[in-house]
Design a protein around this ligand. Structure first.
Ligand SMILES: [Zn+2]
Length: 359
């Protein structure tokens, strides 16, 4: 883990700083940039991309990863129960995975010669066309989704379900279903669930704080907030995990509260608060009142407004909110608060880079 984390943090940092400063640009760095920029541009759902960064950074909570952190018995593969459940086994070497790839017309050379997920992804990337790349990302994601259903919900392992799921998702995204049946390449259009879009930095004189919340029944609520200046550079990031489980719109309001509290503490005077929860932004803009816990949280937010000269409420879609999303969904989930300055954890950093490349 340490090597990978180090690897990703360094490269993320260099991607942000290296280009302008023209320092430390090496072939390694070029190689990283080559992959990240391409991954990010594939028109699939943001949650698929975020999953994919975790896969590339060896940060998925596979059984092998969990055992390496906290110990435990042999981490046998969820599908074949024979091999060790590393990410490279789960996605490349396991017979279940190979059946999925065959069903998706994405068979690759399988040389069971070790290597990490990151190298495998890059190798596959170079040999696939653009529609196939999207299908490949969705394929990995659907395999992981199915694996989680088998582990946590007792679903029966069935690779045919994964193939069906990929087909459905690709059709929803648009165009990919045909590519999957091998009838030529179809350019994907749009960004899936939220339309084509990009994150924009705040106007001159303002900082922008993006916030997001993730509710997980068994794990409570995680919220994330990231503050960036007008050039898109990170000033700080914060994440907090509660044991309580709230309704999604309450959790989203709590994310706003977390972000605006930190902005006030840091003495920002002109702030844009951006959320992908329309209900919260509407309520804040219209100064809605009520008696539920949701409005109690809004009251807390309003009580902080006197700390600022100007606060602008901004609604965005989920595609544009991926850094805050990453901070709200960090793994492992540890109850409490975490704070970063300048450089965020790897998974969030990748999203920052993607945003800055798209500015
Ligand atoms: Zn297996």
């Amino acid at each position: 883990m340490e090597r990978d984390e180090d690897f990703t943090v360094k490269s993320a940092y260099r991607m942000l700083a290296g280009e302008e400063l023209d320092v430390g640009v090496t072939s390694d760095w070029e190689r990283e940039k080559w992959l990240w920029t391409r991954l990010w541009k594939v028109p699939v759902w943001p949650r698929v991309k975020l999953f994919f960064w975790q896969l590339c950074g060896e940060a998925l909570p596979t059984k092998a990863n969990i055992v390496s952190r906290v110990g435990g018995e042999f981490p046998s593969c969820t599908f074949c129960s024979f091999n060790c459940e590393t990410s490279i086994h789960l996605f490349r070497d396991c017979r279940s995975a190979q059946r999925v790839w065959a069903g998706l017309n994405l068979e690759g050379e399988v040389e069971e010669c070790g290597g990490g997920a990151r190298d495998w992804v890059e190798a596959r990337w170079r040999e696939l066309g653009c529609v196939e790349q999207g299908r490949f990302m969705v394929g990995c994601w659907a395999l992981w989704e199915h694996r989680n259903k088998v582990v946590f919900e007792g679903e029966v392992a069935d690779h045919v379900r994964v193939i069906g799921r990929v087909r459905d998702v690709m059709e929803e995204i648009g165009g990919g279903g045909e590519g999957m049946r091998g009838q030529g390449e179809v350019e994907l259009s749009g960004m899936g669930e939220n339309g084509p879009t990009r994150w924009k930095a705040a106007q001159a004189g303002y900082v922008k704080v993006n916030v997001d919340a993730g509710v997980k029944e068994e794990d409570g609520v995680g919220v994330g907030a990231v503050c960036r200046d007008g050039a898109g550079a990170v000033k700080w990031g914060v994440s907090r995990v509660w044991k309580e489980v709230w309704e999604p719109h309450v959790a989203e309001a709590v994310a706003v509260l977390e972000g605006i509290t930190e902005a006030a503490r840091r003495g920002h005077t002109h702030v844009v608060i951006e959320s992908d929860c329309k209900q919260v932004i509407d309520a804040l803009e219209k100064k809605k009142k009520g008696r539920s816990i949701f409005y109690l949280v809004l009251d807390d937010i309003w009580s902080l407004l006197s700390s600022f000269h100007s606060v602008i409420w901004s609604y965005t879609n989920r595609v544009n909110n991926s850094v805050a999303h990453a901070l709200g969904h960090l793994f492992p989930r540890v109850v409490g608060r975490n704070m970063w300055s300048d450089v965020l954890p790897p998974i969030a950093n990748i999203a920052v880079i993607a945003d800055s490349l798209l500015i």
